[in-house]
Design a binder for this molecule. Structure first.
Ligand code: BGC
Length: 364
């Protein structure tokens, strides 16, 4: 992943139009070139993050529609068997390209390999399938996401002048390669502080399948184990962060303990405006969907595009042609940017008591 991480500056400059076409493949791998293009997408669930149904589905649909390409988007609802069944059905129904957000690398790999054996080209969307065989990987620079989270937590603790803070980690799903990358990112900021004795790490747990309900239970246990002595929570996404905040509220600790997140959920933007959440990380999913759709459409036509970057699959050892977009840290001051970008509507955030907080934060 190092390679992808270092190359992010260059990728930030990539506009979608600059993906260069390499023309028809001549080595016989003509996935779909002689069939009517049809793109299948499998989303992972609708509960680990609201993004999948509210952003990814919408932006992918829009991109395929704009290109006049036939598509089908399904959601596996966190069920690995359903994931495989949907993939089988899509292959049978004649999709020429399959784009997946895997639930874990094992089932992801099985699906990718099967698609390949049937002449269907594949794309890893957002999550890299370790040991997989996808033609492309389209995501954000996920180590950079984690780094922004680590830096955000440090900023909020410094602003609050907390001495020798006790930190709890609430990591993402152990079967999601992104969770590993996020952790690499926040560890790069926080571990030196633990090692220097500036900060103490008092808890470190992963949340299976990013399950928000389990996250609340796990955080409750962290709080009990530490006798309530947690000064900051590195939570890997907004859903987990909101679960932490709900527990902090019960203990009248919300607003006193900075919590991080990711995805710029409407709920998280409200938590930030209310002072209950330190920050989130905005990933412009429209850009991710547009890049993936552009590559999928090229594959469906039997073409290859040069992405200008690769990511090393640590399990399969392959250099996977990739597009890695740049994430942005969001604090109270720039919540307005997420709304101005059209990712979240003002009406989703500035309701009831939040109307005044929105005005104060310059959201008009
Ligand atoms: C995605 C995050 C999301 C999480 C849970 C990760 O792979 O990159 O945006 O919050 O999965 O769905």
């Amino acid at each position: 992943m190092r390679k992808g991480f270092l190359a992010v500056g260059a990728v930030g400059l990539l506009t979608l139009g600059s993906l260069t076409a390499c023309g028809n493949d001549s080595d016989g791998d003509k996935a779909g070139s002689d069939k009517t293009p049809k793109i299948g997408v499998i989303l992972p669930d609708s509960t680990s993050s609201v993004r999948w149904e509210t952003a990814d589905r919408k932006f992918l649909e829009e991109a395929f529609k704009a290109a006049n390409v036939d598509s089908v988007i399904e959601n596996a609802q966190g069920d690995k068997n359903a994931f495989q069944t949907i993939a089988d059905q899509m292959i049978t129904s004649g999709v020429t390209v399959l784009m997946i957000v895997n639930l874990d690398s094992g089932t992801g790999k099985a699906v990718l390999d099967k698609a390949k054996s049937q002449g269907v080209a594949t794309i890893d969307y957002d999550r890299l399938t370790l040991g997989g065989s996808a033609e492309y990987y389209v995501s954000f620079d996920n180590e950079a996401v984690g780094k922004l989270q680590g830096e955000g937590l440090v900023k909020c603790l410094t602003d609050a002048k907390v001495q020798k803070p006790a930190i709890a980690y609430l990591n993402g799903s152990p079967t999601d390669n992104n969770a590993t990358l996020f952790r690499n990112g926040y560890d790069s900021v926080l571990k030196p502080k633990f090692d220097a004795g500036e900060y103490t790490q008092v808890a470190d747990d992963s949340v299976p399948a990013w399950d928000n309900t389990q996250a609340a239970t796990i955080f409750e246990q962290q709080l009990t184990r530490t006798g309530g002595k947690i000064d900051g929570v590195l939570s890997a996404n907004d859903g987990l962060g909101n679960a932490v905040i709900s527990v902090l509220k019960k203990n009248k600790l919300n607003g006193k303990v900075p919590v991080t997140g990711q995805d710029a959920d409407p709920q998280a933007l409200q938590n930030i405006l209310a002072g209950d959440q330190c920050m989130t990380v905005y990933k412009a999913v429209k850009k991710e969907a547009d890049a993936a759709a552009e590559l999928a459409i090229a594959l469906a036509k039997g073409e290859r595009k040069e992405t200008g970057q690769t990511v090393k699959d640590p399990e399969g050892g392959r250099d996977v042609p990739s597009v890695l977009l740049t994430p942005v840290a969001i604090y109270k001051e720039n919540v307005k940017d997420v709304i101005a970008d059209g990712y979240v509507a003002k009406e989703q955030v500035c309701t009831g008591n939040f109307a005044k907080l929105c005005t104060d934060a310059g959201i008009s």
